[in-house]
Design a protein around this ligand. Structure first.
Ligand code: ADP
Ligand code: MG
Length: 218
């Protein structure tokens, strides 16, 4: 069977089982329902398109952050669906995900891929818009020991941003280690998962939150 991309909601649910914190969310299929879900979650919220054919949701006009009222929520729903249809008229639109808006934090990328020679590999690095440019990532072949995960975290060039740099407070390195340990176990225990990423994970002085999840299964 061909590979298939799980929805962000399915991704969040799977990853939660391995200790990855995610925003509260609901799936909706209409504008009124979107406003109801948003009010239930609590404003401000974020809305995003759900479509198996749309991998980069922002590119499709499929992400709106900072939605702060019922009127805005209805408009956002309609705008997201319209943009996605324009972006890819053949895309099957499953719905829209309404999420709690996470506060800003240090943006990191966590992921896994299956290397033809080495098998399952996990990756970790800096996130954000400059990541392509910086290539500040590190990787490990699975299985991996807990102490190796700690080493991995300290390996990226941007590590001072985690440890605390020039008056910036340290981030929750312990939470990050636990999440990396969780995703390594997730990847090892789920044979159908070929590839996945959390892009980004927001890391705080206390705790963290995944604000995107993409999982490819066979
Ligand atoms: P894409 O498919 O384009 O990668 P994302 O789900 O990563 O879409 O959303 C794009 C950006 O919007 C994220 O990188 C993040 O900065 C912001 N974002 C997404 N979801 C949330 C959220 N729940 N809370 C706060 N910011 C978010
Ligand atoms: Mg993303």
């Amino acid at each position: 069977m061909a590979n298939r991309m799980l929805s962000e909601a399915e991704g969040y649910e799977l990853l939660q089982n391995y200790g990855v914190p995610t925003p509260a969310f609901q799936i909706v299929t209409g504008a009124d329902e979107a406003a109801k879900a948003a009010a239930a979650i609590g404003y401000p919220v974020v809305m995003k398109i759900i479509s198996p054919q749309i991998v980069h949701k922002s590119d499709a006009g499929g992400v709106i952050v900072g939605i702060s009222g019922d009127g805005e929520a209805k408009k956002a729903f309609n705008s997201i669906v319209k943009s996605a249809k324009e972006y890819n008229p053949d895309a099957e639109i499953t719905g829209v995900i309404v999420e709690e808006m996470a506060r800003p934090g240090l943006e990191l990328i966590l992921g896994g891929k299956t290397d033809p020679a080495f098998g399952k590999v996990i990756t970790f690095g800096m996130g954000g818009t400059l990541v392509e440019l910086m290539k500040d990532v590190t990787l490990r072949i699975l299985p991996i020991h807990d102490h190796e995960i700690r080493t991995m975290v300290k390996e990226i060039n941007a590590y001072p941003l985690i440890a605390g740099y020039r008056g910036m407070k340290a981030k929750d390195e312990e939470a990050l280690v636990e999440i990396l340990t969780g995703i390594a176990r997730f990847f090892e225990e789920n044979q159908h998962v070929m590839e996945f990423d959390i892009n980004p994970l927001r890391l705080y002085e206390s705790g963290a939150c995944a604000v995107d999840a993409r999982i490819i299964v066979d």
